[in-house]
Design a protein around this ligand. Structure first.
Ligand code: SF4
Length: 317
């Protein structure tokens, strides 16, 4: 039986932090020209990265790949202070595209460290945001936790004060379980709740939960290295609905449109809208009588201020 209904998650795609980070690169291309060096993928989406690369942006991991007297843009995921220092010492012009919600976590890390509070940092080892945040924490106070098993293995004195910080793009439900386990094990935890998971992550996971009540299968558009996109697939599966992640609309196996009546589509916070539109157009071309639904996003008018030096570039245009 071919598909009858396509439902688009009401809230999906670019968050305010990603919009800003992309604006930063665009404005820097205009002001400084190319090659423009960006440390790490500005956001975790291959289409965005390929587009910038085709226009002369060079993504690097090590500052040693940035020539002297150049500009370096730091990605939305946040950067460790030691990397910042190296860039400063070399006299590079630093433009920081860190999302303000990640910067907020860095500030809290600093406050905890100043009062000697041990910090349990929940996140995915090896993810750029976790590496950046960990860099803001005194190593003697830092305890990285990825899952509930790590909580069991933690050996911190029950006497000491403990604060919790998290990556911003985690599963809301899994993180709540980890925090509950931490609270049961350590009486002196001074924070609780969902911690630093950002509004965009929360809203996209809520939208998938809603979609899961209306669909038999959910396609998530997002790149393999995108934490928040991968969490959307997990969220769908935890609701009992099959789901897969694809980088591009062309990666979707057309057989699924003959296998399910009602299919949902969503996308991660770093995914451009044109990819969603391309998938919708593809399905519409194949099934012209299909019903398409999308409710209004809950995220209207959320904007973050650009970093001052970048806002000045825009004003000078
Ligand atoms: S997902 Fe959240 S923390 Fe990450 S850039 Fe978007 S708003 Fe900022």
């Amino acid at each position: 039986m071919p598909i009858k209904e396509l439902r688009l998650a009401h809230t999906q795609g670019f968050c305010a932090g990603v919009v800003n980070a992309i604006d930063v690169v665009e404005l820097c291309i205009k002001k400084f020209g190319v090659p423009l060096y960006v440390r790490h993928a500005i956001v975790h989406n291959t289409s965005v990265i390929k587009d910038f690369e085709s226009r002369g942006v060079v993504f690097i991991e090590s500052l040693s790949d940035v020539p002297d007297d150049h500009v370096v843009v730091f990605s939305a995921h946040g950067t460790s202070p030691d990397v910042y220092q190296v860039a400063k010492d070399r006299g590079l012009t630093i433009i920081d595209a860190t999302c303000p919600l990640v910067t907020k976590v860095h500030r809290q890390a600093k406050r905890y460290c100043e009062r000697g509070t041990h910090i349990v940092l929940i996140g995915h080892r090896g993810h750029q945001e976790l590496i950046g945040t960990a860099g803001h924490i005194n190593p003697e106070l830092l305890h990285i936790v990825e899952d509930e098993r790590d909580v069991e293995a933690l050996s911190i004195s029950p006497e000491v004060e403990i604060g919790i910080l998290t990556q911003t793009t985690l599963s809301v439900d899994d993180t709540a379980h980890i925090i509950k386990k931490l609270q049961a094990k350590f009486p002196n935890i001074i924070t609780g709740g969902k911690e630093d998971i950002c509004y965009a992550t929360q809203n996209r996971q809520d939208a998938v939960k809603e979609l899961a009540t209306q669909c038999d299968f959910i396609v998530v558009i997002g790149s393999a290295n995108s934490s928040n996109s991968n969490r959307l697939v997990e969220t769908a599966k935890q609701q009992g609905v099959g789901s897969l992640i694809v980088d591009l609309p062309e990666d979707v196996d057309p057989a699924i449109f003959d296998a399910y009546d009602r299919i949902g589509i969503t996308s991660g916070a770093s995914v451009p809208y044109y990819l969603i539109q391309r998938l919708v157009d593809k399905v519409k071309a194949q099934y012209p009588n299909i019903q398409i639904h999308q409710d209004d996003s809950v995220e209207k008018d959320i904007l973050f201020p650009l970093p001052k030096e970048v806002a000045d570039m825009r004003n000078a245009q």
